[in-house]
Design a protein around this ligand. Structure first.
Ligand SMILES: Cc1cc2nc3c(=O)[nH]c(=O)nc-3n(C[C@H](O)[C@H](O)[C@H](O)COP(=O)(O)O)c2cc1C
Length: 342
């Protein structure tokens, strides 16, 4: 592992690095189908913090994925669980039995019993979409927060990282907070740390890395795309609220409108309850993402990507990406530091 000195960066990330137990306070956000043993272990071995995406996995599959990841790295990594998974408590049991040290709860309000159960054996990380919620999560026992801006890939909230960072970071100076969404260069990382973040989380830049198992078509599309190609999905019917998803524009973007039309029709005819209709939409996304990531059908599948996709210019190793981010961030911080402190 390459390890050049980065004193300014290390000073600003001391809390984040201690929390994660890593060389760098760089988390690779969980990405369904992408964040499995190969990518997760590569990130952790390179000094970052890999996170397994459980997605819709069964407890048995998750158990196998954690065990396989442990066989590939001695370094810390986490597991991302979706709170609406019907077997959430069983998945938490698997994490406990496997000695997982950090659990990231995504996809909605984390239930109190889930937080309590995780805290018996691991640290809890949760997503905060605004200041009031951030404070509530910390009071409910979350050990660290991720603030993810709407620039991010995958399911997104409505507010940009620039705004979330200003709203949340100065107001919670003692909290461990990781900034995510749209970060693709060391300069962006340095800016977030200077505003008070303890570390950062990136997804898009790692999705197209050499160690990512994503299909070559998926990676090629990332390399060619510009920021403006990563668009948020549009809600078709106000009666069917769906969480927007940011992905590269393709025929699948149109197909999603058709899917919403079909589900909204069933809802209107009273054939399904709202919660079932919303779950149907979520299953649609999981299938569409698999189609693009695993099968390589980047025309009809969902090529989820953040606006930082414009900063992906080639297929690089995870180590190269992390080293580059660290070097860039340290250079920016050094250029601003007084000569005596540099
Ligand atoms: C292909 C893809 C799949 C994703 N899947 C998940 C997921 O399953 N769970 C989750 O919490 N976040 C998911 N995300 C969000 C990432 O974990 C991360 O927070 C985000 O990518 C950060 O923004 P960036 O893409 O601009 O770096 C996904 C992102 C991408 C690009």
């Amino acid at each position: 592992m390459t390890d050049t000195a980065s004193p300014n960066l290390d000073r600003l990330t001391a809390r984040g690095r201690a929390f994660l137990g890593t060389r760098h306070a760089i988390m690779a956000g969980a990405m369904s189908w992408v964040s499995e043993r190969n990518l997760v272990s590569a990130i952790s071995n390179a000094g970052g913090f890999g996170v397994i995406a459980c997605g819709a996995m069964s407890p048995e599959l998750l158990q196998g994925e954690i065990a396989a990841t442990k066989a590939m790295t001695q370094k810390p990594f986490g597991v991302n669980l979706i709170t609406m998974h019907p077997q959430l408590m069983d998945l938490i049991g698997v994490c406990r039995a496997q000695g997982v040290t950090h659990v990231v709860l995504a996809g909605g309000v984390p239930p109190g019993p889930a937080i309590a159960a995780i805290k018996e054996f691991a640290k809890v990380v949760a997503f905060a979409p605004n200041f009031a919620f951030a404070r509530k999560l910390l009071r409910s026992g979350a050990d660290a927060l991720v603030i993810e801006g709407s620039e991010a890939g995958g399911h997104i909230g409505p507010v940009s990282l620039a705004v979330l960072a200003q709203e949340i970071l100065p107001a919670l100076p003692d909290a461990t907070i990781f900034a995510a969404g749209g970060l693709g260069r060391g300069s962006g990382i340095a800016a977030m740390l200077e505003m008070g973040a303890s570390g950062v989380q990136l997804g898009t830049r790692f999705a197209a890395s050499a160690e990512s198992i994503a299909h070559p078509n998926f990676k090629k599309m990332f390399i060619r795309a510009a920021a403006r190609d990563a668009v948020a999905s549009v809600q078709f019917d106000p009666r069917l609220p769906v969480i927007p998803v940011r992905a590269l524009k393709n025929a699948g973007t149109e197909a999603f409108m058709e899917k919403q039309r079909e589900v909204a029709g069933r809802l209107e005819r009273g054939e399904v309850e709202l919660a079932v209709a919303q779950l149907d939409i979520e299953h649609y996304w999981a299938g569409a993402l698999r189609r693009a990531v695993i099968d390589g059908d980047v025309e009809n599948g969902s090529v989820m990507a953040g606006q930082s996709v414009g900063m992906v210019s080639s297929e690089e190793s995870v180590q190269t990406i992390i080293d580059e981010l660290v070097t860039e961030a340290e250079a920016v911080l050094t250029s601003r530091a007084p000569a005596s402190a540099a």
